[in-house]
Structure formats: structure tokens, C-alpha cells
Design a protein around this ligand. Structure first.
Ligand code: NDP
Ligand code: 8X3
Length: 250
């Protein structure tokens, strides 16, 4: 049985990954900031026979992250798969008009948080000669779209950091994957628009978007591929989406 740690498992893609990997030969460490959501997922998955622990921390807080990981019982410390999923977009504004605190939250979560998790967990994987890091990037990292430059830049950084890690681990058995989803209907847009649900719903108007389960299936495939197969990068789009900014709406 393998041990997988998923950041941002309280919602959307992370939650779907938790449910997907629970069906496989995995025990789970699920993380997020909302303790009550973590408890609800723990209850749901344990009812189905899954073995799991939850850790409540903010990936932007490096000390809290390190303390949470250090608090894992010894038999849970050997993590085989890390899904760096915790992330968010805040605001949709021109680069010269954006909100400083929105920018800081995106940069600190999507880049620094992902780096902290990587820095804390990959050395153990290297030592054990076994491990897989799956980063959740985005189609947004391929090219900027209007009013989304800062979020797009964070996901471009995820691509570069994923590629860099793969290069730095090339002489090890570890694997590194960047999954780049397009429009996935989760809490993402509600967060982006600071709770404006109507505006969030508009993002998915006239198109059948992806679901968290669609992304979880790809993550599971990448993790379960034979040891000599490294799924380096996957771009996953809804059928009526062609790029970050080209979407056909009926
Ligand atoms: P959700 O808003 O549904 O989920 C985001 C998750 O991230 C939540 O579990 C949240 O948990 C967690 N999170 C956010 N900030 C922090 C933090 N500071 N510390 C710890 N956890 C945090 O959105 P998605 O599932 O859509 O997003 C997941 C990832 O997928 C993100 O990286 C996003 O950029 C990426 N993505 C999303 C796409 C989409 O269209 N939805 C497309 C491409 C990529 P909690 O609030 O409990 O902390
Ligand atoms: C989320 C997808 O296109 O809304 O990364 O930025 S998009």
C-alpha cells in the first residue's frame, strides 16, 4: 500500500483526488485549512474503508507546514506520492489595477506553498529511492489571458518548477508530473470572485466544463503508470475549450 499526501483536499480537484485514490491501494494524508471539511471527508472515506489522516494547516505558513508534517506518526512519514494541489485565483483585473493582497495570496499559495511542500517532502523520497510529485498547474500557465496575468504567472511558475524538479531528479527513480487543467467546475471561480456565485456561474455558462473527477482520473493514471513511465505533463481541456482564452459557448 502506498501513502499519498494531497494538499487542498477539502474541495474541488483535491477532494476528487482523495476520493479517487481512496479506491486504489493508497492510504491518504489529506490537508487543507478548513478543519470541519477535513473531518467530513475523513468520516466519508473511513465509512468506505479508507485509511487516512488529516492535517490542518495553511501552505503559506512555512513553520506550520513543517510542524504539521513532523507531527505525522513515524509509519506515515514515508510519503510515496505528493499532489501539490492547494491553490487559488483571486480577482480578474488588469495587471496595472490588481489588488496587492490578492496577488500576495496567489504568489504565496501557488508558488511558495508548493515549493515548501516540495522542499520538505522530496528529500525523504530521494533517500528512499521512491516517490512521485504531481503538481496541479493549469492551461493558464501556457499563456496569459486578459485580466489574469498574475494567476497565469503563478501557473507558469508551477510549470517551470515542475520541469526544474524533473531535471534535478533525473538521476533518481522519482517521477514528476505537471497536470494542466482548463475549465474545471469547482469552488475555484467562487473564490476568484470573492464569493460572487452568479459571476462564478457565468464562467461555466454555455460550455460543459471538466469536473474534479476528470482531473483525478488523470492523476491516478499518472501515479499508477509503470515505474519506467513518467507522465511529464498533461493538458486537459473541456471539448469546447481550445486554450486559456478560446472557448466556444453554446
Ligand atoms: P477549490 O477552490 O475547489 O479548491 C482549492 C483547494 O485549495 C481547497 O481545498 C483549499 O482548501 C485549498 N487551499 C487554498 N489555499 C490554501 C492555503 N493557503 N493552504 C492550504 N490549502 C489551501 O479549487 P480547485 O479544486 O479548482 O483548485 C485546485 C487547484 O487546481 C488549484 O491549484 C487551482 O489553481 C488549480 N486549477 C483549477 C482549475 C479550475 O478551473 N478549477 C483549472 C486549472 C487549475 P482550504 O480552503 O480548506 O484551505
Ligand atoms: C484555472 C483555469 O482558465 O480559469 O487555472 O485560469 S482558468
Amino acid at each position: 500500500m502506498k501513502t499519498i499526501l494531497i494538499t487542498g483536499a477539502t474541495s474541488g480537484i483535491g477532494l476528487a483526488c482523495a476520493r479517487r485514490f481512496a479506491q486504489g491501494d493508497y492510504r491518504l494524508i489529506l490537508t487543507g485549512r478548513r478543519a470541519e471539511m477535513l473531518n467530513a471527508i475523513k468520516h466519508e472515506l473511513e465509512q468506505q474503508g479508507a485509511e487516512l489522516l488529516t492535517l490542518c494547516f495553511d501552505v503559506r505558513d512555512r513553520e506550520a507546514t513543517a510542524a504539521a508534517l513532523a507531527s505525522l506518526p513515524a509509519e506515515w512519514q514515508a510519503i510515496d506520492v505528493l499532489i501539490n494541489n492547494a491553490g487559488l485565483a483571486l480577482g480578474l483585473e488588469k495587471e496595472y489595477e490588481g489588488d496587492f493582497s490578492d496577488w500576495d495570496a496567489m504568489l504565496d499559495t501557488n508558488i511558495r506553498g508548493l515549493l515548501t511542500m516540495t522542499r520538505l517532502l522530496v528529500p525523504g523520497m530521494v533517500q528512499r529511492g521512491k516517490g512521485h510529485v504531481i503538481n496541479i498547474g493549469s492551461v493558464a500557465g501556457d499563456a496569459a489571458y486578459a485580466n489574469g496575468a498574475v494567476y497565469c504567472a503563478t501557473k507558469a511558475a508551477v510549470k517551470t518548477l515542475t520541469d526544474g524538479l524533473r531535471i534535478d531528479l533525473v538521476d533518481t527513480p522519482l517521477r514528476v508530473t505537471n497536470l494542466k487543467p482548463g475549465l474545471v467546475e469547482t469552488n475555484f471561480s467562487v473564490t476568484r470572485f470573492h464569493g460572487d456565485r452568479e459571476r462564478a456561474d457565468n464562467v461555466y455558462r454555455g460550455i460543459k466544463p471538466l469536473t474534479g473527477d476528470d482531473i483525478a482520473d488523470v492523476a491516478f493514471y499518472a501515479a499508477e503508470a509503470p515505474a519506467h513511465v513518467q507522465i511529464a505533463e498533461v493538458l486537459i481541456l473541456a471539448t469546447h475549450q481550445a486554450s486559456g482564452s478560446v472557448i466556444y459557448r453554446q
